[in-house]
Design a protein around this ligand. Structure first.
Ligand code: GLN
Length: 531
């Protein structure tokens, strides 16, 4: 058996308590002590991956470099720790069942009756241990989606119960709960936490550490009470209060010794507390920045989680420009040629957001035109880039009703078209152009200057592409194709050189912007937005 240690992160009482941030913070703190870590997430829903899920259901779909559509928590893992996640860092119930059913059809189970226990739980255990076996990590942190008590979570918790038993001192369970404040009574209530821990215990898991989410400070007495009721040592109860930014969380966890407690529970030497210098400087700079930049996010969702990575990339870029980025949702369905100037004039820059389907796309085209004509810094991402191309086609090249065939299959000018290898695809799940591809930048272009590089690698998630038949017409009229795929020659980036900042990328740069390595395009964009 490997010497890798396993940290399981479960949640109780309510969802949305920030399990992903706690898992990412634990990763960050252990990494700062010189350990190799990775973080994975197990999601109890039946979709094979979140790629087919509506952002209203599930928020943004995050994409790994190796092309897996994953939960947005993987974005937090990468942003906090700088690790690169893979398809082995996110599993769903659906994917686990699919693999078990495939094995059953192959006859691998030699006539056995296939059951949740042991076959599904064994498959879960194998997946939970996999990264530990493969890559020599010191720690594998495993976050379980959902809340203890959910029917769907049970096989995952049973797998953890078994693993904790098998791994002994090599595994700990960190359980995140919520301590509500009842205003009428003027009291913080510990009962939901007690119940949630009881629920875990009834499954056979004794949490080693409790992280208590709360909106009011939990005094030592209260924490001792919880420790007492829940069979955890008092030093293993830490609180997680609301923070002005999620990037404060690792510091608050370190102050309360969360990482040190984890090491102690795993019988590992604790050593000195790392200084987290660069992280602290980032936060200092962030707090000192007062000058605001207001950015309009033109899209059809007015939902934080739908554009999570874009919001984070913008705000990181703000910090490194000593600016405070304020992002505002602009509902593209409501934009008209009549109200566009009035609606958008308050913003210093525009992001034309990614997306799928017709709804709200005419508004994105209207916003792209406004940004282009008014010389407002404009950043088009994926569908946003495609809408910039459509707009330019219609209003500069005079291609009436130019469109993407995704939005109008009978357009006379298919400036964005389905790729040849996408034409025969009938399954929607996992069949897009996904993950990292290289892109060559045109020497002398704005993007080459921004990236300070000739070849870059960025992550994709789309079916449609710039139609190269129109390339010369666009270039001649002033929209340059400045990034191309070296293998297929597909256009990946367009820019208008004689505009303040007008760049559209077919890929998603937001996925690779991290706290300590902000993305060059976002840095440059936010800088250009500064008045
Ligand atoms: N719907 C577009 C396509 O499939 C863009 C996708 C996106 O914005 N991620 O090409």
């Amino acid at each position: 058996m490997t010497e890798t240690k396993f940290i399981f992160v479960t949640g109780g009482v309510a969802s949305s308590l920030g399990k992903g941030i706690i898992a990412a913070s634990i990763g960050k703190l252990l990494q700062a002590r010189g350990y190799e870590i990775t973080i994975q997430k197990f999601d109890p829903y039946i979709n094979i991956d979140p790629g087919t899920l509506n952002p209203y259901e599930h928020g943004e779909c995050y994409v790994t470099d190796d092309g897996q559509e994953t939960d947005l928590d993987l974005g937090h893992y990468e942003r906090f720790t700088g690790i690169k996640t893979t398809k082995y860092n996110n599993f769903t119930t659906g994917r686990i069942y699919q693999s078990v059913i495939d094995k059953e059809r192959r006859g691998d189970y030699l006539g056995k009756t296939i059951q949740v226990i042991p076959h599904i739980t064994d498959e879960i255990k194998r997946d939970m241990l996999y990264l530990g076996k493969k890559n020599k990590y010191d720690f594998v942190i495993t976050e379980i989606g959902g809340t203890v008590g959910d029917i769907e979570s049970q096989p995952f918790l049973e797998a953890i119960r078994q693993l904790k038993w098998e791994l002994g001192k090599k595994a700990v369970c960190v359980h995140l709960t919520y301590v509500p404040y009842l205003a009428a009574a003027g009291e913080l209530k510990t009962k939901p936490t007690q119940h949630s821990v009881k629920e875990l215990q009834s499954i056979g898991i004794q949490p080693d550490i409790l992280v208590l989410r709360a909106e009011h400070d939990l005094n030592a007495g209260l924490r001792r009470k919880i420790a007492n009721f829940c069979n955890v040592s008092p030093d293993a109860v830490v609180q997680s209060l609301d923070m002005p930014t999620i990037y404060e969380v690792p510091l608050r966890m370190q102050e309360q010794g969360l990482d040190a407690t984890i090491l102690r529970k795993l019988d590992m030497p604790v050593g000195e507390t790392p200084g987290l210098g660069p992280w602290r400087s980032f936060l200092d700079r962030r707090h000192k920045a007062t000058k605001e930049v207001n950015i309009g996010l033109v899209g059809k969702y007015d939902l934080q989680d739908a554009y999570k990575s874009i919001l984070e990339a913008l705000s990181q870029a703000g910090t490194y420009n000593d600016l405070k980025v304020k992002s505002h949702f602009v509902n593209s369905e409501k934009l008209t040629p009549e109200n566009v100037a009035e609606t958008l004039k308050v913003y210093d820059g525009l992001v034309i957001c990614p997306g799928f389907g017709q709804r709200g796309t005419e508004g994105k085209i209207i916003a792209a035109r406004y940004g282009r004509e008014q010389n407002v810094p404009t950043f088009g991402i994926c569908l946003g880039m495609q809408m910039m191309v459509v707009e330019f086609g219609r209003n500069v090249l005079g291609l009436n009703d130019a469109n993407s065939v995704e939005l109008n299959p009978t357009t006379p000018f298919n400036v964005i078209d389905l790729m040849e290898d996408q034409k025969n695809i009938t399954n929607m799940g996992g069949t897009m152009r996904l993950g990292g591809y290289e892109c060559e930048l045109k020497p002398g272009s704005k993007v080459a200057e921004i990236y300070q590089s000739e070849v870059i690698r960025e992550r994709h998630r789309h079916r449609y592409e710039f139609n190269s038949d129109f390339r010369a017409a666009y270039e001649n009229a002033g929209m340059k194709c400045v990034g191309t795929n070296p293998e297929t020659d597909l256009v990946e980036i367009v820019e208008i050189p004689n505009h303040k900042w007008y760049i559209g990328t077919q890929f998603h740069p937001e996925y690779s912007s991290t706290v300590l390595k902000p993305h060059a395009l976002f840095l440059s964009f936010v800088k250009a937005c500064q008045k």
